[in-house]
Every structure is written in structure tokens, then in C-alpha cells.
Write a new protein. Structure first.
Length: 266
């Protein structure tokens, strides 16, 4: 592996082999998502606990100070929105030149395996990998399901992750699911987990993150279950402890509660 690619990956994936990516890219198709209406207010308190942030160029330029940031994974696909018909009909929105100008450590795009636009999204991935490899920028493939959240089962996700890895993604983002070991075992590149829409309890999040790590995921690219929580800093601290300090879900919950109490009394 060339030095630039190795160096960028080392800035994203920490020395312990694990990573906590914080995605704040949701507005590129969801608009002002709940609790991400003013991205700077959401991002700033969480930044110290993230290893990298996943973000579009528009929010990066307007909501992140260039002298106070973490490595950037630039979201470079889009072109659709929740108001339209086909969420899966994305194109590449941002050039490699722009990614380099913004000092991105990686670029990320969605692939929609099994959708009407499967072919286009996979060829987008391939084209991005061709360019990324030329300039030493890793590509993170996001195995997206659009509105079809029920697709998140091991058989489908193993297929989507493997296809993305075969086409050259250096990291694959997918969802945790029952039988997650099959997803990780079938994917020859590092896997990170998204959270999806906010779930009912913090412990549920800590449990699936913990299980995913036990099954071989290197970490998370997890957004709404952090920043839509009423105590986002407490939440990211709990998740960070599982990823980097081998905490159990129960220990993460204790950490969450004590950070929550601190936040309430300050
Ligand atoms: C949405 C994305 C997100 O980066 C990904 O889904 C992770 O976020 P969340 O944990 O909120 O699902 O690709 O654009």
C-alpha cells in the first residue's frame, strides 16, 4: 500500500485497530434532520470524542473550523432527497480534486445493492475507487437501504458488503443485524456499523455496538443514536468506551448515566 493511503487509513483507524466515525451528513438527502438543524451546535461538543467526522463539503465549510477538527471523511454522493421518488438514484457530487483541496482523509458514497439503481451506484463506487487509489484516498462504501429498513438482515448485508469490498472500498459501513458474524466474515475489508433511526434505549445501542465489535467490526459510523439523544456527549462517551476501552454494555450504561448526571448538574 502506498504511503499516502496507509497514512490516511492510520489517521482514521486508530492504533488499537478500532474507530469511532461520527456521521453528520444526513442533511444531504433529509434536509434539516432533527437535532442537526444547526450542524455547528451538534458537532462541536462531540468532536473531541470522535476519531473522524463524515460530512458533506457544504456543512464542512460552514460549520467546522479548519483549525479545530478531526480527520474528515467527505460524503461525495447525492443528488436525491426524501421529497423525490428514488433515493437510490445517487450520483457522485464532489470531485476528487475538491476532496484533496478540503484535506479529506477519505471519501464516502452510498451503494444501493438490489435497488433499481444498483448498477449505477456500484459503477459510481468503482469510478471513485479508481480515482481514490490514484491519489491515495480511501473510499468508504455506505451500504444504504433507502426507505427499506427491513432489508437489514445478515444475508442482504453480507452480499452488499462483499460486493462493495470486491469493487475496492477500503472500508465498508453497514448495519448491525442478527448473525452479524456472517457479514463481517464475508467482508475482507474493515467494517463499521451505522445505527439507523434512533432506538428506544441507550442500552440497546450499547448492546449492538458491543456485539458488533465482538463479531469483528472495527467500530462505528453512528450518528442519530448519538446526536438525537438528549445527552449526546454522554452517549458518545459510552460508545467510545466500548470501542476503545473494551467496556461492556453495562459499563457503557454506567458511564452514560454518570455523564448524564454531570450534564444535568452543570
Ligand atoms: C446517512 C448515512 C449515515 O452516515 C449513516 O446512516 C450513519 O448514520 P446513522 O447512525 O444515523 O444511521 O449514510 O446519510
Amino acid at each position: 500500500m502506498d504511503w499516502g493511503m496507509a497514512n490516511r487509513l492510520a489517521q482514521l483507524i486508530q492504533a488499537d485497530g478500532h474507530a469511532l466515525f461520527l456521521p453528520v451528513d444526513h442533511g444531504y438527502f433529509q434536509g434539516p434532520t432533527r437535532k442537526l438543524e444547526e450542524p455547528r451546535k451538534t458537532i462541536e461538543p462531540l468532536m473531541p470524542y470522535a476519531d473522524a467526522i463524515f460530512i458533506t463539503r457544504g456543512v464542512l465549510r460552514n460549520a467546522v473550523d479548519p483549525d479545530n477538527t478531526k480527520p474528515i471523511i467527505l460524503r461525495v454522493s447525492g443528488g436525491t432527497s426524501v421529497a423525490g421518488k428514488d433515493l437510490d438514484n445517487e450520483g457522485i457530487t464532489t470531485s476528487m480534486e475538491e476532496a484533496i483541496r478540503l484535506n479529506a482523509m477519505a471519501v464516502g458514497l452510498s451503494v444501493f445493492v438490489g435497488s433499481d439503481h444498483e448498477r449505477e451506484s456500484l459503477l459510481n463506487l468503482s469510478a471513485l475507487v479508481n480515482e481514490g487509489e490514484r491519489y491515495g484516498l480511501p473510499v468508504m462504501a455506505v451500504t444504504a437501504v433507502g426507505r427499506e429498513l427491513a432489508k437489514r438482515d445478515a444475508r442482504y448485508l453480507a452480499l452488499a458488503c462483499r460486493v462493495a469490498a470486491e469493487l475496492g472500498a477500503r472500508v465498508v459501513k453497514t448495519y448491525w443485524c442478527e448473525g452479524f458474524d456472517k457479514v463481517v466474515q464475508g467482508c475482507p475489508v474493515p467494517v463499521v456499523m451505522a445505527g439507523g433511526p434512533q432506538v428506544d434505549t441507550e442500552l440497546e445501542v450499547f448492546r449492538f455496538v458491543y456485539d458488533g465489535i465482538q463479531q469483528g467490526a472495527i467500530g462505528v459510523n453512528l450518528g442519530r443514536n448519538i446526536w438525537q439523544n438528549d445527552f449526546p456527549v454522554a452517549m458518545i462517551k459510552g460508545i467510545r468506551a466500548i470501542i476503545h476501552d473494551q467496556a461492556t454494555p453495562e459499563q457503557a450504561q454506567e458511564l452514560y448515566e454518570s455523564a448524564q448526571n454531570e450534564a444535568k448538574s452543570s
